[in-house]
Design a protein around this ligand. Structure first.
Ligand code: PLP
Length: 454
């Protein structure tokens, strides 16, 4: 057996004690969200009907670090710290001098990074006396994670699952039900927002969010939980990057480039923010690459302006790259990347030139995922397959430059419930749905008048 390590593991004692808040590091004042009723800056009172105060405080906190409650760290022990791998076999397959590392979040009970925020969100809602959480899910990863977290803290969980994913992944539904959740196919006929969208039977994350927010806003004992986009969600995910930094130090290397996929921005933010802080403080010069689908190219083709987080326009408007809140992306298998907007914090970094965004077609991402699986064993979820595609490009560029660049990427989930997509790819039947510029322009034309963003 060679002496070369493949896995870098930490002990339970090394689970971070604090989440890392990048908000105070960002240049300038953060742009406030806007109230959907008045189009004026939204404050905590606008969020109180659907979120507990502890999470609202985290959303706007100016503190650089926020302590993780003991109960949450205890629950994190069920799967954290997660392993960091050196992809030595992939390096050999690609014949690259690059050193490729990946942080694997698929070891969580739900199979992705999403429980990192589901657990603190369920915890804070239970502490605030809430009885039920309503949410949306795209790929099924977030719904499963929240169902799992609700089962830990005695909460009921109601999930609106995007229609195309509901049909593609019936066992994700079984998983949520196993943890005690109720699952509805979205658009449903249970809400006004769902009834208004019956013409879009494949659904979208935006529609499912509207349905869940409508349920939460209408019931005193029910709150809403979002699996991405918001500052507090990205904050919770920084346990990934903090552990990765410690593990890269164990490996004796620093990443030259960090890659992750972006749907709403939470695994990207979680992995990169601790490293972005080092760059903003002038202590590192790491590059960051965000990978997204060319069928839903928010960061690469979207417009930077205020937009709603959901289709019906019930949520505050956020400053972000957007394809338009009622744009319905074609049904690619990476359901978690089918979102019209992205986290304002990630969008701000793209806008500032600190993060480079790239878009990939569905078939090229599955080709990369299969190549990865045949070297490293793990079958990636379709979402991180986008990151793997970008990593292969980076590794090839390193080979052409003859440089041993260090690449770190987020393998944010496994694809065990996505095998129908692999089936389609392996059978040569996977499509590359087209993005329609015209549909985006039409959706952008329907946005309300809001202040221009400088
Ligand atoms: C496995 C996986 N990766 C990525 C994403 C995209 O979300 P985010 O950009 O917030 O990480 C999702 C969302 O559901 C997901 O399930």
């Amino acid at each position: 057996m060679s002496e070369e390590p493949v896995k870098f593991t930490l002990s339970e004692r090394d689970i971070p004690t604090h989440w890392m808040n990048l908000l105070p590091d960002l240049p300038g004042e953060p742009l406030p969200p806007l109230s959907p009723q008045t189009m004026e800056p939204a404050g905590p009172p606008d969020l109180m009907p659907i979120f507990p105060m502890a999470l609202i405080e985290q959303e706007v906190s100016p503190e650089p670090d926020i302590e993780i409650p003991e109960e949450v760290r205890d629950a994190y022990k069920l799967w954290r710290p997660t392993p960091l791998f050196r992809a030595r076999r992939l390096e050999r397959e690609l014949d690259t001098p690059a050193h490729i590392y990946y942080k694997y979040e698929g070891v969580s009970p739900a199979g992705s990074h999403k429980p990192n925020t589901a657990v603190p969100q369920a915890y804070e809602n239970a502490r605030a006396g809430i009885k039920r959480l309503a949410t949306e899910t795209g790929a099924g990863q977030w719904g499963s994670s929240l169902a799992f977290a609700c089962s830990l803290f005695g909460l009921e969980c109601e999930v609106f699952m995007v229609g195309s994913s509901y049909d593609q992944k019936p066992y994700r539904r079984s998983m949520m039900q196993t943890w005690g959740a109720t699952v509805h196919r979205s658009p449903s006929t249970l809400t006004g927002s769902g009834k208004a969208q019956q013409a879009h039977p494949t659904g979208s994350l935006g529609i499912a969010i509207s349905e869940a927010v409508e349920i939460a806003a209408g019931r005193e004992d029910t709150n809403y939980a979002l699996g991405s986009v918001l500052n507090h969600v990205l904050l919770h995910q920084t346990v990934i990057g903090q552990e990765a930094a410690a593990q890269m130090a164990m490996a004796g290397e620093q990443p030259d480039v960090i890659v992750a996929c972006v749907g709403g921005g939470s695994n990207f933010g979680g992995l990169t923010f601790p490293f972005v802080r080092e760059v903003l403080k002038g202590r590192a010069s790491t590059r960051f690459v965000a990978a997204e689908p060319s069928a839903c190219p928010t960061l690469t083709r979207g417009s930077y302006r205020y937009d709603y987080g959901d289709t019906a326009g019930l949520t505050p408007l956020m400053p972000m790259y957007t394809l338009g809140h009622d744009f319905v992306p074609p049904p690619v298998h990476a359901g978690g990347l089918r979102y019209h907007g992205d986290a304002p914090m990630v969008c701000g970094l793209v806008r500032a030139g600190l993060v480079e965004a790239r878009a990939y077609r569905q078939n090229e991402t599955f080709e990369a995922a299969v190549r990865f699986a045949r070297c490293e064993g793990i079958i990636p979820a379709p979402e991180p397959a986008h990151a793997i595609r970008a990593v292969i490009e980076e590794a090839e560029a390193a080979r052409e430059a003859g440089e041993a660049r260090v690449i770190l990427f987020g393998l944010c989930g496994h694809g065990h419930f996505d095998l129908s997509a692999y089936d389609a790819f392996l059978g040569g039947k996977l499509e590359d749905p087209e993005f329609s510029e015209q549909e985006m322009d039409d959706a952008l034309a329907r946005l309300p008048e809001t202040p221009a963003i400088a």
